[in-house]
Design a protein around this ligand. Structure first.
Ligand code: KG4
Ligand code: ZN
Length: 351
């Protein structure tokens, strides 16, 4: 269609090789054409966490086949691509380099503009692929394996401000560590979510970190919760008592969802906005989205949560940030684009 532009997105910051293809309409609308992901998670499972060298090698092997699948699914060819977006940070240094090198090669070969973008902005932008443009401003709760942040989002192409973050473990990290204590596989989120459905979330009163009257209102802490779960299980085992796994999982999950939704809703109210977006891998959690829906409905807040597939790492969310930058007329990054493993969320693009 005339005026439409095709934006390709490449993601390789952690253990998912993602290629997404988005059509940016002349009216600024986004249409998701393809979202292909190859995961190396099974290669990391026995280590209980992502092994950076293994992840980098897996990206190298998966990049071209994933690109080919995405092009096939979208019914486009490389000649149709108008712009290329790639995760330039934050993430694992070696893993980021694979995606950025691939994106540079495609940009140079096709003579198309390259946009080095922020992975965290991508998690928020994922929601625009499902629910359309975000109202400005809105609050985003970003909960993944490496991050737990509250953000004020004014413009996905440039103005994202962190208003709170975790002072220790990320929410997803707490899930992964508690899963280990409960002898559940890595990554811990999905099996805990499943087990918790058969347990009682009120069975054990696990601590709610940083919720005292003098604590930072918008910051999180999950390390004490993780330790409390480990101690509780150890004590039961020491006393020769059976560990009620489903109740432990449900009570842990309740503590996480309670704190995340409580603080997010407080931020929405304090900042006087009307929309909360929850994204990142942990947003796929059934209790987090369920409790957020209940509490947002009671407070008159519009809740937006992308479907689980768009919550976890993928290339479509990177294409979405690229499309927002293209629509805003942003300057492309140079072919000398560098990666930044510690890129702050406030920097949506690296030039
Ligand atoms: O966003 P993501 O795919 O990768 C990062 O950027 O980190 O998030 C991965 C994290 C893992 O810690 C995983 O355990 C968690 O998201 N996760 C979940 C669920 N699905 C994935 N946590 C809770 N409930 C889930 N259903
Ligand atoms: Zn992520």
């Amino acid at each position: 269609m005339t005026g439409d532009r095709i934006v390709l997105g490449i993601e390789s910051s952690c253990d998912e090789t993602g290629v997404g293809i988005v059509r940016l309409g002349a009216d600024g609308s986004l249409q998701l054409l393809a979202d292909e992901v190859a995961s190396s998670v099974e290669q990391h499972a026995r280590f209980g966490g992502v092994v950076p060298e293994v992840a980098s090698r897996a990206h190298l092997e998966a990049m071209i086949p994933t690109m080919q699948r995405a092009l096939e699914k979208s019914g486009t060819t490389l000649d149709d691509v108008d712009s290329i977006a790639v995760t330039a940070g934050p993430g694992l240094a070696g893993a980021l380099l694979v995606g950025v090198s691939a994106a540079k090669a495609y940009a140079a070969a096709l003579d198309k503009p390259l946009y080095g973008v922020n992975h965290l902005a991508g998690h928020v932008a994922a929601d625009t692929l499902e629910h359309g443009p975000l109202p400005s401003p809105c609050v985003a709760l970003l909960v993944s394996g490496g991050h737990s942040q509250l953000l004020l989002v004014e413009d996905l192409a440039g103005k994202i401000t962190e208003i709170g973050s975790t002072i220790d473990d990320a929410a997803g990290e707490a899930y992964d560590k508690v899963a280990r204590v409960l002898d559940l596989p890595y990554p811990g989120g999905p099996p805990i979510d499943k087990l918790a459905r058969t347990g009682n979330g009120c069975a054990i009163a696990f601590p709610r970190g940083l919720t005292g009257p003098r604590d930072a209102k918008y910051d999180f802490s999950f390390s004490g919760l993780k330790t409390a779960v480990a101690r509780w299980v150890e004590n039961r085992e020491r006393d020769g008592l059976e560990v009620p796994l489903a109740d432990v999982a449900a009570s842990f999950q309740e503590a996480v969802a309670d704190v995340l939704t409580g603080k997010a809703i407080r931020a929405v109210k304090d900042l006087g906005v009307d929309t909360l977006v929850i994204s990142g891998g942990v947003a796929a959690n059934s209790r987090l989205s369920g409790l957020a829906a209940e509490r947002c409905a009671a407070a008159g807040i519009t809740l937006r949560v992308p479907r689980p597939r768009l919550c976890t790492d993928n290339g479509a969310m990177i294409a979405a940030v690229g499309a927002h930058l293209v629509a805003a007329g942003a300057e492309p990054s140079g072919l000398d684009l560098a990666t930044d493993p510690g890129l702050p969320v406030s920097q949506v693009q690296i030039l």
